[in-house]
Design a protein around this ligand. Structure first.
Ligand code: ZN
Length: 291
């Protein structure tokens, strides 16, 4: 089992003159630093990776990001361009690595940056969300609470001796958390078993949305049942034997559908009245961890 725990720092568009940000839809966040720790099969640190990325898209450091990361404007011109750093990082990760990180943002931003630069993403096929893994292992599956790394360290009695919001240090902390969560497992087989339900392909499309406008006062259940639902990941038509659940009367519904390949798919439906019409907002999501 090849484990890499990584953490990214990124920059985004600085607010433009009009106050609105001039952000690219395909690259809302540009990676400016990658920190990572490679772990042994016993989940002990083996090797570290740390690289600054020279900004190519957003060359002005966003004020908010400057405050959180304590970075300077000059730091954006240090390091190598992303394609070079990404190639080094891919080599560091090696084949078939599980890339673990805290939360779901880092995998998404890494994916977007790889796609934006049209780079080979084949080193990044297995992701693990440590925040969710922590919630399941240490807090009996209370996934609604998005805990911070600081919180997890404290709850697992791990010493916080490094400064936060430095990519390599945050990766080191996340690696210590993973190590602590897997302490009770004895063999590599047991560790694989504990992690398996939480691994996912970051390139799989996990949600889709659309909307529909209808004459007001229509039959919501009939409208909902009348839609064709396709799996966000594979486009297969979804089926359901489940009842449609009303979560807020005349306004919100939820429905569980099923994909032959991807299992359960959740649908949430919102209805809003506008200019005498009803607008339905549909959202399909593959649950995480997958089930
Ligand atoms: Zn599917």
């Amino acid at each position: 089992m090849n484990f890499v725990v990584f953490d990214l720092e990124w920059n985004s568009a600085a607010p433009g003159k009009s106050g609105s940000s001039e952000s690219l839809a395909e690259l809302p966040f540009e990676i400016i630093e990658i920190g990572a720790v490679k772990l042994s099969t016993e989940v002990e640190p083996l090797e570290t990776f740390s690289a600054n990325v020279k900004a190519q898209v957003y060359k002005q450091l966003n004020k908010y990001i400057a405050r959180v990361t304590q970075r300077s404007q000059e730091s954006l011109s240090q390091g190598d361009p992303f394609p070079l750093v990404a190639a080094e990082f891919a080599e560091f990760c090696g084949a078939d690595a599980i890339l673990a990180s805290w939360g779901q943002s880092d995998p998404q931003v890494l994916k977007q940056n790889l796609e934006f630069h049209q780079l080979d993403p084949s080193f990044f096929r297995k992701a693990l969300n440590l925040q969710v893994f922590f919630a399941h292992m240490a807090e009996a599956g209370q996934t609604s609470q998005q805990r911070s790394i600081e919180y997890a360290l404290e709850s697992l009695n791990i010493e916080a001796d490094l400064s936060f919001h430095d990519a390599l240090n945050d990766a080191r902390y996340a690696a210590r958390i993973l190590n602590a969560l897997l302490l009770k497992t004895e063999t590599e087989e047991e560790r694989k078993e504990a992690l398996r339900p939480f691994l996912y392909d970051p390139f799989l499309n996990r949600d889709s949305r659309w909307q529909l406008t209808e004459a007001a006062e229509g039959n919501a259940e009939a409208t909902i049942r009348g839609q064709e639902y396709k799996c966000p990941a594979c486009q297969r038509v979804l089926t359901s034997d489940e009842p449609i659940i009303i979560t807020k009367k005349n306004k919100r519904w939820s429905w569980i559908l099923h994909c032959e390949t991807h299992g359960q798919v959740r649908c949430s439906i919102n209805r809003r009245r506008s200019e005498g019409k009803d607008i339905y907002y549909f959202k399909l999501t593959l649950p995480y961890p997958p089930n």
